[in-house]
Design a binder for this molecule. Structure first.
Ligand code: TRP
Ligand code: ZN
Length: 851
C-alpha cells in the first residue's frame, strides 16, 4: 500500500516473457506464521524475447536464500519483486522464502481459513507465495511437496507419494502460476468416480470440514453431470487421474478453477434441502460446471495476459449457461441470465465504471472481474454462435482447441478461429470487444400494401474515455405475428451493421406485430414506443418464451414509469393480461413466477434517468408497493386455488420442476401476504421442510412486521451454520423498510455473530444494503455514511472486497443534488483515507470520474 497514485498498465505495452520455464519444484514446510517455501525453477531463454533481463515478482516475502546453478547469490530487491544477473543460457534458480498465512487477511496467496491452509492465486496471488514470473503466459509443469502436521495435504495434478506428515503431487500439464493451489487441513471427502468417454476412470473427491459431509451429495452429482456434458456437447474429456474440490469458508469470490484442485467458497458448493434454497442449488450447479469447464477453456488454453480475461471467463460463462439451460428449463434460465445481465452489467455499462470486454489498461486486475468481462463477454460468444449457426460454432470450437491447446491465447486468436472456420469477416464484430457501453436500438415500423418494414437505428452512448462510438454488428432474431396470433414469419436473424437500416417483409395480408430480439439475441436496449395492447398481445401470443416474458416485463415497466411520472398508467391492461397468463396451465410455473416479478428499483431508476428525469428512489419504492397491492387485490379470487396447485406432494428435490412450483407458490404468497396480514406466511414458516419455503415465508413475515418470533426461531435452529446465518443477516436488511434499513444494518454490525472479516458475512449485510435501493438512498444519507464507514474499515483487511463493493456508489450521477452531494462526500472521505489500497484508489477514482 502506498499513497502515490497507482500507475496503470497497458495492453499496448505487452512484450513476451524473457525467460520460459521447463519445470518447477516447490516444497512447503507449513507453519501458521512461518511457512517456508523452497522453489527450484529451470529457466530457459525465450527465443521470442527481445531482452534477457531477469525479473521475478514477489510481494510480502522474506527472502531466506537464493542461488543460481547452485551458487548462492544476493538478488537486487526492487518494487514488486527482484532482479538478478543471470547467465545467457538455461539455468536453475533456487530460493527459499518465509511467509505468514495466518496474518494474511486479504485471502490472496497462502492463507488460513478456520484452521486450514488454502491458496488463491488468481490473478496475482502466487507472487505472495514465492518469487516467480507471475504472468499467465509463463506455463510450466509443477512438482509439489507439502510437509505439515495436517491429515490432508493437497495440490494440483496427480498424487505421486505420501507418508506421515508429507505428500507429493505432480501436475504434468504446463500451467501458469495463477492456477496453482495448495490445501492442508482436517478435511474429509465425499468420494466418487467418473469414467470418461475413452474409458479412463477418474477419482472424484469433494473435501469439506467434518460435519459438512451431509451437504456434498448435490455438488458431486453436479460435477459428474458437468463432466458428461462437456464430453457430449464439446467433445472435451478430463485429463488427470483425479479431480478434487475443496470447500473453504473464507473466499473472495464464488470459486476457482485451479488445475485438478478447484477451491470453492462453501456457499458455492455446500447444499442440503434444509439449509439451501432452490436458487442456491441452481447457483451451485452452475458454478461447479463453470469451474470444471475452465479445465479446457482457461487451463488447457489460458490467457496470454489479463487483458484477455474474457477469453476464458466470457466463454466459460457461456458454457455454464448452456449447461444450466440443458439441465433445467432453457427459457427460464435465459430469462434469469438476462435479468442478471441487465441488473449488473447494464448498470455498470451505464455508469462511470463502464469498460471494454477487452480493456486497454487497468491499475488493479482484481477490479476487472466484472459483469462486463463475464456476462457481457458471454453474450458476445452467444452472438457469434447466432451469427455462424450451431454447426459452424462447434466446428470453430474444435479448431480453437486444436490450434491453441497448451497455449496462452488472445481474444484476437479466438475471433480469428471463427473467421478461418467460416470465411466470414468479423472485423466489425470485433468492436463488441473494444467499445464499452450498451447500444440503444430504436425501432419503428410501417405497413403498406402487404409490405411490412422495420426501421432500426442504433446508438451507443459515450463512456469514460470513449466519446465516439461506431455502429456495432448486431444480430436481431425476429419473428412476425399476425393479427389472429399466428406466427406469419418464423424466427430469422437480421444482421444490423449500419447506424440506420431497414428490413422489409412482403406478401403479408395484414400488419403484423414484431417480436424483436428473440432470445435476447444481442446485449442492447430496445427502445420502441408500443401500445399496451401490443405488449399484452405479445404476452399472450409470442411463441418465443423470452419475448413473451419480455412483453410482460415492458408492460409492467410502462405501468410503473407512468405511475412514477404521474401519467396515465395502463394498469387495467396489465392486470388483466397478468391474470390470464397466471391461469394458463400450459405455462411452466417457473415462467409464471418470473412474470409476476416486477422490474427492479435500480432498473426503473436507470430508465427514468435515460428519459432525462431525476429518479427518486423513495418514490420508486412506493410505486412498486402500490402496484403490488393492486396486483394482490386484482388477483384476490384466483390466489387460493392457484396457490394450492403449487403444493408439492413428493419428497423434496431441487430440480427445475419442483423449484418452479415453489417459486410461483412464493410469488403468490407475497400477494396473499398483503391481504391476510401474514397468516399464510406464518403457517408456511411453521410447516416448512425446506429452506426455500422457510426463507420465503420469513421474508413475507418481515414485510408485514410480524417476523420477530420467526427470526428468533430461525436463529436458534441454525446458529451453528454459517451459510444459513448469512441468510439470517441478509434477509433482515433486504426486507427492512427504507427508513429503517440503515438502522437495521447498524444493529446487525454490532451482533457478536457479525464476523466482518469473512467476505460472505460482510456481503450478506452490505450486499443486501446496496440492493435495498430505497434504504441505501434514503434522504437522511445514513445508508451512504454507514456504507462508507465500513468500506474504510474493510479496506486494509481485504482490499479486493472493499474495492469491489464500492460499486454501490457507481450510480451517483443519476440522482438529485442532495444525494449526489452526500454520495460524493462519502466517496471523497474514502479516497482521503490514509494508506488506502491500490484496489480502492482505482475504483473510487473511476467512480468519481477523476482523471
Ligand atoms: N477464475 C475464477 C472464476 O471462476 C474467479 C476468481 C476466483 C477470482 N477467485 C478469485 C478472481 C479471486 C480474482 C480474485 O471465475
Ligand atoms: Zn471463471
Amino acid at each position: 500500500m502506498t499513497d502515490a497514485t497507482p500507475q496503470p498498465i497497458y495492453l499496448a505495452d505487452y512484450t513476451p516473457p524473457n525467460w520460459l520455464i521447463e519445470g518447477v519444484s516447490l516444497t512447503f514446510v507449513l507453519d501458521p506464521t512461518a511457512t517456508r517455501v523452497r522453489s527450484t525453477i529451470r529457466f530457459t531463454p525465450n527465443p521470442d524475447a527481445t531482452s534477457r533481463t531477469f525479473f521475478l515478482h514477489g510481494e510480502q516475502l522474506e527472502l531466506i536464500r537464493a542461488a543460481i546453478d547452485g551458487n548462492e547469490i544476493t538478488p537486487k530487491m526492487v518494487e514488486g519483486g527482484l532482479t538478478a544477473d543471470v547467465p545467457d543460457h538455461a539455468f536453475t534458480w533456487e530460493s527459499e522464502v518465509e511467509i505468514s498465512p495466518e496474518t494474511n487477511t486479504a485471502l490472496s496467496g497462502l492463507y488460513m481459513s478456520n484452521g486450514m491452509y488454502c491458496t488463491q492465486c488468481e490473478a496475482e496471488g502466487f507472487r505472495r507465495i514465492t518469487f516467480y514470473p507471475d504472468r499467465p503466459d509463463v506455463m510450466a509443469p509443477f512438482k509439489v511437496r507439502i510437509e505439515g502436521d495436517m491429515p490432508v495435504l493437497l495440490s494440483n495434478g496427480n498424487p505421486s507419494g505420501s507418508g506421515d506428515g508429507w505428500a507429493e503431487w505432480h501436475d504434468p500439464w504446463p500451467k501458469p502460476a495463477y492456477l496453482f493451489a495448495l490445501v492442508a487441513g482436517e478435511l474429509i471427502a465425499r468420494q466418487d468416480s467418473f469414467t470418461t468417454m475413452s474409458g479412463k476412470k477418474v477419482d472424484l473427491k469433494l473435501w469439506v470440514r467434518p460435519g459438512d459431509e451431509v451437504k456434498t451429495a448435490f455438488g458431486m452429482e453436479a460435477l459428474k453431470a458437468s463432466m458428461k456434458w462437456d464430453e457430449e456437447v464439446y467433445g472435451r474429456e478430463y485429463d488427470l487421474d483425479i479431480f478434487q474440490i475443496v470447500a473453504v469458508s473464507d473466499f473472495n469470490m464464488g470459486a476457482m478453477e485451479n488445475k485438478g484442485l478447484n477451491i470453492f467458497n462453501t456457499s458455492a458448493v455446500l447444499a442440503s434441502p434444509e439449509t439451501s434454497t432452490d436458487a442456491n442449488f441452481e447457483r451451485i450447479e452452475a458454478i461447479i460446471a463453470h469451474e470444471y469447464f475452465h479445465n479446457w477453456t482457461g487451463n488447457r488454453i489460458t490467457c496470454r495476459d489479463w487483458f484477455q480475461l474474457s477469453l476464458k471467463e466470457g466463454l466459460t460463462v457461456f458454457r455454464d449457461q448452456q449447461f444450466s439451460g440443458d439441465m433445467r428449463s432453457k427459457a427460464v434460465c435465459r430469462i434469469n441470465d438476462v435479468s442478471a445481465l441487465r441488473g449488473r452489467q447494464f448498470r455498470e455499462d451505464n455508469g462511470p465504471l463502464a469498460h471494454q470486454v477487452q480493456p486497454d489498461s487497468f491499475v488493479e486486475i482484481n477490479n476487472f472481474y466484472t459483469a462486463t468481462i463475464y456476462e457481457k463477454g458471454a453474450e458476445l460468444i452467444g452472438m457469434m454462435k447466432t451469427l455462424v449457426g450451431d454447426e459452424e460454432y462447434y466446428k470453430a470450437l474444435d479448431l480453437y482447441f486444436e490450434r491453441h491447446d497448451g497455449e496462452a491465447a488472445t481474444i484476437e486468436d479466438w475471433v480469428r478461429v471463427f473467421e478461418d472456420n467460416t470465411g466470414r469477416d468479423l472485423t466489425q464484430f470485433r468492436r463488441w470487444y473494444k467499445q464499452a457501453g450498451t447500444p440503444r436500438l430504436k425501432v419503428t415500423d410501417d405497413f403498406n400494401d402487404g409490405s411490412y418494414t422495420l426501421h432500426f437505428e442504433q446508438e451507443t452512448p459515450p463512456t469514460p474515455g470513449q466519446d465516439e462510438k461506431l455502429p456495432q454488428h448486431i444480430p436481431i432474431a425476429l419473428g412476425l405475428i399476425g393479427p389472429n396470433g399466428d406466427e406469419v414469419v418464423t424466427t430469422q436473424v437480421l444482421e444490423l451493421t449500419e447506424a440506420k437500416q431497414s428490413f422489409t417483409f412482403d406478401g403479408l395480408g395484414a400488419k403484423p406485430t414484431p417480436s424483436i430480439l428473440r432470445h435476447f439475441s444481442a446485449p442492447v436496449i430496445v427502445q420502441r414506443d408500443s401500445s399496451p395492447a401490443e405488449r399484452a398481445f405479445l404476452l399472450a401470443h409470442d411463441t418465443d418464451p423470452f419475448n413473451k416474458w419480455e412483453a410482460g416485463r415492458t408492460l409492467a415497466k410502462d405501468v410503473l414509469i407512468a405511475m412514477v411520472t404521474e401519467d396515465d398508467a395502463p394498469l387495467s391492461e396489465y392486470l388483466d393480461a397478468l391474470a390470464v397468463m397466471l391461469r394458463d396451465d400450459s405455462l411452466d410455473p417457473a415462467f409464471r413466477a418470473l412474470t409476476l416479478d416486477l422490474p427492479g428499483e435500480d432498473d426503473l431508476a436507470q430508465t427514468l434517468f435515460d428519459a432525462g428525469l431525476t429518479p427518486d428512489p423513495t418514490k420508486i419504492y412506493q410505486t412498486r408497493e402500490t402496484l403490488k397491492q393492486a396486483m394482490a387485490e386484482h388477483l384476490q379470487d384466483t390466489l387460493p386455488r392457484l396457490s394450492s396447485e403449487m403444493d408439492v406432494d413428493a419428497p423434496f428435490k431441487p430440480d427445475a420442476e419442483q423449484a418452479g412450483k415453489r417459486a410461483l407458490g412464493l410469488a403468490l404468497l407475497q400477494l396473499t401476504n398483503r391481504l391476510d396480514g401474514g397468516a399464510a406466511a406464518q403457517s408456511l414458516y411453521d410447516s416448512a421442510d425446506n429452506m426455500t419455503h422457510r426463507l420465503g415465508a420469513l421474508g413475507c413475515l418481515l414485510d408485514v412486521e410480524k417476523g420477530n418470533g420467526a427470526l428468533t426461531d430461525f436463529r436458534k435452529r441454525f446458529e451453528g451454520d454459517e451459510l444459513v446465518m448469512d441468510k439470517w443477516f441478509s434477509l433482515q436488511v433486504a426486507h427492512a423498510a427504507p427508513d429503517k434499513a440503515a438502522n437495521v444494518v447498524e444493529v446487525l454490525t454490532k451482533d457478536p455473530a457479525f464476523n466482518w472479516k469473512n467476505p460472505n458475512r460482510f456481503r450478506a449485510v452490505f450486499g443486501a444494503l446496496m440492493m435495498n435501493a430505497a434504504g441505501f438512498h434514503h434522504p437522511s444519507g445514513d445508508g451512504y455514511r454507514l456504507f462508507a464507514d465500513w468500506l474504510i474499515k474493510l479496506d486494509p483487511v481485504n482490499p479486493q472486497i472493499a474495492a469491489r463493493m464500492s460499486s454501490a456508489f457507481e450510480t451517483w450521477r443519476r440522482y438529485d443534488a442532495d444525494r449526489q452531494d452526500m454520495m460524493t462526500t462519502a466517496l471523497k472521505r474514502i479516497k482521503a483515507t490514509k494508506g488506502l489500497s491500490r484496489d480502492s484508489q482505482e475504483m473510487i477514482g473511476r467512480i468519481l470520474g477523476d482523471d
